[in-house]
Design a protein around this ligand. Structure first.
Ligand code: FAQ
Length: 323
């Protein structure tokens, strides 16, 4: 094939891809896609998967210390759900040609990111409730639009994940409601957790739009459907009435309803803190990655046993096919 014919074919594929995106249809694993689209998706989906897996740690620390059997069972189920989300997402990344073992290596060597939010400590049981309310709430705002993401396997994984995140958010809110009906000390614990998690939760949505290098292209490809600031605003608008009903104060003196905009105005998160946490300098980054690395190393025998079992089964199936 001549170079001209080659590039003509490539242009045809590119225009088919653009047309599929333009019609709001899905790109599927076997479809042709530009290398940049594939790379962007692997980056986002892998970071998302890593976040779910690392995100098991802050709440997981409270499983043995939950105040009742009921709370323990709920928390155990929630943390297991997060593991499941990580696994769907690693599978979605594999459909793009990524190798799961390689993605894990990148995470534990600090070469791939995960959400900043999981680098903060969980100091009291109220943090479990506030993570459900804020962090799962922020995850829902961010991820419901991803159910319409242009890449089929990612969008479909999001549908189930969002259903579970909604349940997680409710369990967090219900836990906090229960604590708010309790003693003064319990109410103080809730307010303290709200004070510590509010700003980091706003930072989950990423840098402000003017400082978000990936947004324009990701939105043009319909991987992302809304900008970081749009989703952050949606989260604030959703959370303010919930805070009033709960009886807690959100720690932002600039927070007020703006009649003209039809949205709440709010203060500016400390973007230098987000940068520091993303680049490995948050309160718990070292501990989170070390724990993930240890779990990976300790699980080596399980992977070896599962591979040996799969190889044995495949050999048996071959023998049966021959017989
Ligand atoms: N933390 O140009 P942008 C959950 C990075 S799951 C760390 O704006 P983009 C469930 C960004 O990657 C939570 N890094 O990037 C749960 C990029 O770096 P790179 C995770 C961040 O991709 C609940 C650079 O900064 N959710 O909570 C953060 O267009 C409870 C420039 O940023 C997802 O992953 C950050 N906060 O937008 C589990 C959702 N923000 O790669 C357990 C899917 C930005 O160029 C318990 N992801 N960065 O070196 C997304 O929607 C997007 O990737 C954004 C970032 C919005 C996170």
């Amino acid at each position: 094939m001549t170079e001209a014919a080659g590039s003509g074919a490539e242009q045809d594929l590119e225009s088919q891809f653009e047309a599929t995106i333009g019609r709001d249809q899905r790109i599927e694993p076997r479809d042709w896609m530009p290398e940049g689209y594939r790379r962007t998706l692997i980056r986002q989906v892998a970071q998302h998967a890593h976040s779910e897996i690392i995100g098991m740690q802050p709440e997981g620390e409270w499983i043995t210390r939950a105040p009742s059997l009921r709370r323990k069972a709920i928390l155990l189920a929630k943390v297991q759900d997060e593991a499941g989300h990580g696994l769907y997402l690693y599978s979605a990344a594999e459909t793009l040609g990524a190798d799961r073992a390689d993605l894990t290596e990148r995470l534990i060597e600090g070469r791939q990111k995960y959400s900043s939010i999981f680098n903060y400590p969980t100091l009291s049981f109220a943090d479990v409730g506030v993570i459900g309310w804020f962090v799962d709430g922020a995850a829902i705002c961010n991820q419901v639009p991803l159910c319409r993401s242009s890449y089929g396997p990612y969008a479909r994984a999001m549908v189930r994940i969002c259903k579970e995140e909604s349940f997680h958010q409710r369990q967090g809110y219900e836990l906090l409601m229960t604590m708010m009906r309790g003693t003064d000390e319990q109410r103080e614990m809730v307010q303290d957790a709200v004070d510590r998690w509010w700003w980091p939760s706003l930072m989950m949505f990423g840098p402000p739009d003017g400082d978000s290098p990936n947004s324009a292209q990701s939105m043009a490809w319909k991987i992302k459907r809304h900008s970081n600031d749009e989703l952050r605003q949606r989260f604030v608008d959703m959370t303010v009435p919930q805070a009033a009903r709960l009886g807690v104060t959100l720690p932002d003196p600039e927070l007020r309803w703006n009649e003209e905009r039809g949205h709440h105005d709010f203060g500016t998160p400390d973007w230098s803190e987000l940068k520091a946490v993303i680049s490995g300098d948050g309160p718990c980054n070292t501990e989170r990655v070390a724990r993930r690395r240890a779990a990976h190393e300790e699980g080596a025998w399980v992977r070896a046993a599962a591979s040996a079992h799969a190889a044995k089964q495949a050999a048996r199936a071959r023998e049966e096919a021959v017989a």
